[in-house]
Structures are given as structure tokens and as C-alpha cells.
Write a protein that binds this ligand. Structure first.
Ligand code: 3PG
Length: 407
């Protein structure tokens, strides 16, 4: 796979796909880490006199009315500030005027095109990987670079389609620095992790995490559970979990039972929990996991569980944190998540954080910069770890092992 730093980009139109899918509230970007993660590739391209055209999606665009709130212009303005370089914005992304504008670009110019998902209205051209749109993107450039790790589990026109078409047209394609860092960090978990390897899995939905759990269990030494994942395991073992969030899918529960049986020496579950109640907002209690009653809702792990989990982490060499062990958005149930993040921040292990919720908790609870690597991917991170590949990279893989940089 070609790396951007090995390509001659001087005077070339380089089309780069980033993932600028950031959370925005009341016109304010809540977390700009995805924008910041594109700077290394952009600075490199500008310094080497490329003509840079940026593609990204933002949010889901299902109707005309979704367009305005998902315009990339706000991202463009933030990027200009971070990059300290002019970034032109095109309200359009698929037209002859875009083609003319790209032809007029000078070396070192940066142009961001409007949200690729605008093309999903009315007929899902981006998300269905339309061949005409893919060819149009490929025609715009001399070189296509995918630096959108977090979007690369999507077979879309701006990810898979354009790479495929560019290759067919005999153009160069490759990956940017952020993609290289992501693959390198996650390979520490996927390919021969250093043991003891501990996985911490939390979050609300078990159904989304079955594949991830199944792929990590043979590789890890311990899997520590919290959140909806732990509740589903407890339910599968016939514990009373009251009204706590868990999977009710009988197929999922059956598979969880099988995993619990097969890997009983690896999977650790809470022994005590902090519960709230279905009817009383101010009710918060510490309970043994065997004492949870019908009206209780499990919202966090308890102190004994925390100590057991810390003891296991203390002996680890590699840790993968995916999801949060409690409902940390409510301060009364934030202790487990905060304590684990704090403990991991001071650990000597390689600590990789992945998945949207875990990455957000790192940022929201003030732990930025404290771990070996925090992945920007949500679904892409889970896909890469469980399947060992990403669909958008397939056209450029040529069947060979990905070569990445050292961190
Ligand atoms: C993400 O935030 O995980 C990526 O940008 C993918 O977004 P999507 O789920 O809307 O495709």
C-alpha cells in the first residue's frame, strides 16, 4: 500500500478523503480531534506544493432539510484556524464548476468540497458507491489519498469507489498519516499483542459488539466487562438485573452463554454495582450483584469490582479499552469510568482506546493525551479489530500486508 510520504505530490491535484464527521451543537463543534488529526497530512501536502482537494462526509443526509445543518462550511472554518492556511470552500461537490475550480488551483492551494452525503439526496449516490460519482471524483485528481480511517468501513463513492476508479484509470492511490497511525496502533491489538493482553468492554449495546468480543476472546488473557455488555452477560447467566439496559435478543443471549462457558477463565463480570431506580430519581445504591431487585437499573460498577479490575490491569502489558463501564454522563455513575481512565493513564502498558463512546469519554473527562493511542474510529475501529481489514482499503491493498509507520 502506498504511503503519502513516498509519493511525488509536487504540482499534482491530490484528492484527500478525511473523516470530518464531528459532533456539532448549536453551531459549535464539540470535539475537533478529527479535524486536528488531518493536519499532519495537510501540512505535508502543502509543504510539498500539492494542490489539495478535500472530501468528507458529515452526519446523515436523508432529505433536503438535512443539508443545512450538515454543511461542512463550519468544519472548513475550524480547519483554517488549526492549519493557519487558507482553505477555500465549495458549496458544490459534483458539477462542472467544481472541475473548473480545481483546474485553476495553484500549488499549495487547499479546497474543501461540500459534504459528500449531499449526493445521497435523492438517490444515495454516495452511500451506494455510484460508479459515475466515483469516476467523477477520480477524474478530478492525479492522486487519491484515503486518510479517513473512521469512514473506511463504508463502501461509499468517496472511499471505496474513487480508489477503485482511480486505479482503473492508472492513477496513484495511497493512505495518509492518520490512517497509518490508526492501523499501526490497532495492529498492536490485532497482530500478536504483547501479553498479558487485557480488554475492557463496556457501552450500552451488546448486539453491536458480539463480533468484536468473539474475535478478541481467543487473543486476550482477560476481558473485563461493564455497562450493557456486563448486564447482558449477567442476564445470560440468569442473574436478576432488574430494569438495566441489556440485549433481549435470544440469539445474542445464546451466543453470550456459549462465550461465557468457553472462556469462563477470561471473562470477568462485576461483583458489585451502583444502581438507580425506575421510579425514584434520587435513589442511588451500592449493591452486590446478587442483590439487584426488579426496579433497579445498573448504572456503574462498584468499588470491589474496580479493585479486581485494577489488579488485572496492573499485571497487563497491553490494554484495549472499548466503551465505558458506566453511565458517566451522570456524575453519580461516573466513578467507575473515571477511576479506570485515571488508572490506565498511569499504567506502563500500551493502552489503546477505541470506539466512539470510549474516545468521547477520554475527551469529556479530561484524559486527552494520556494513552498510547486513542482511535478516531467508531464502527471502523470495531470492524478493523474484528475482521482485520477495512472495505475502503481493499482496492489499494493488492493482497499485501499493510506497511505502516512506527508510532
Ligand atoms: C463515524 O463517526 O464513526 C464515522 O464518521 C462514520 O459515520 P457513519 O456511521 O455516519 O457512516
Amino acid at each position: 500500500m502506498n504511503l503519502v510520504q513516498n509519493m511525488n505530490v509536487q504540482g499534482k491535484v491530490v484528492l484527500v478523503r478525511f473523516d470530518y464527521n464531528v459532533s456539532i451543537k448549536d453551531g459549535v463543534i464539540l470535539d475537533d480531534r478529527k479535524i486536528a488529526s488531518s493536519l499532519e497530512t495537510l501540512n505535508y501536502l502543502i509543504k510539498n506544493n500539492a494542490r489539495v482537494v478535500i472530501l468528507s462526509h458529515l452526519g446523515k443526509v436523508k432529505s433536503e432539510s438535512d443539508k443545512e445543518k450538515n454543511s461542512l462550511e463550519i468544519v472548513c472554518n475550524r480547519l483554517k484556524e488549526l492549519l493557519k492556511h487558507e482553505v477555500y470552500f465549495s458549496q458544490d461537490n459534483f458539477s462542472s464548476s467544481v472541475i473548473s475550480r480545481v483546474r485553476l488551483m495553484q500549488d499549495g492551494d487547499v479546497l474543501m468540497l461540500q459534504n459528500t452525503r449531499y449526493l445521497d439526496v435523492p438517490s444515495k449516490l454516495e452511500s451506494n458507491c455510484d460508479a459515475q460519482v466515483s469516476a467523477y471524483f477520480a477524474n478530478l485528481c492525479d492522486i487519491y489519498i484515503n486518510d479517513a480511517f473512521a469512514s473506511s468501513h463504508r463502501k461509499h463513492a468517496s472511499t471505496y469507489g474513487v480508489a477503485n476508479m482511480a486505479l482503473k484509470m492508472g492513477k496513484e492511490v495511497g493512505i495518509g498519516f492518520n490512517m497509518q497511525h490508526e492501523l499501526e496502533a490497532l495492529d498492536r491489538l490485532v497482530v500478536n499483542p504483547v501479553h498479558p493482553f487485557v480488554v475492557i468492554m463496556g457501552g450500552a449495546k451488546m448486539d453491536d459488539k458480539m463480533d468484536l468480543m468473539a474475535s478478541l476472546l481467543p487473543k486476550c488473557d482477560y476481558l473485563l466487562c461493564g455497562g450493557g455488555i456486563a448486564n447482558t452477560c449477567l442476564r445470560a447467566l440468569n442473574f436478576s438485573i432488574g430494569d438495566s439496559i441489556h440485549s433481549e435478543d435470544t440469539e445474542v443471549l445464546k451466543k453470550v452463554q456459549e462465550m461465557l462457558l468457553k472462556y469462563k477463565s477470561k471473562i470477568m463480570l462485576p461483583v458489585d454495582v451502583i444502581v438507580g431506580s425506575t421510579y425514584e430519581k434520587s435513589y442511588v445504591q451500592l449493591k452486590k450483584v446478587t442483590d439487584v431487585s426488579a426496579d433497579d437499573k445498573i448504572y456503574d460498577i462498584g468499588p470491589k469490582t474496580l479493585e479486581r479490575y485494577k489488579n488485572v490491569i496492573a499485571r497487563s502489558k497491553t490494554v484495549f479499552l472499548n466503551g465505558t463501564v458506566g453511565y458517566y454522563e451522570d456524575y453519580r455513575f461516573a466513578n467507575g469510568t473515571k477511576e479506570l481512565l485515571g488508572y490506565l493513564a498511569n499504567s506502563n502498558s500500551v493502552v489503546v482506546v477505541g470506539g466512539g463512546d470510549a474516545s468521547s469519554s477520554v475527551h469529556n473527562l479530561g484524559f486527552d493525551g494520556k494513552y498510547t493511542y486513542v482511535s478516531n474510529g467508531g464502527g471502523a475501529t470495531l470492524d478493523y479489530i474484528s475482521k482485520g481489514k477495512l472495505v475502503a482499503l481493499e482496492p489499494m491493498m493488492g493482497g499485501e500486508k499493510i506497511e505502516t509507520l512506527d508510532l
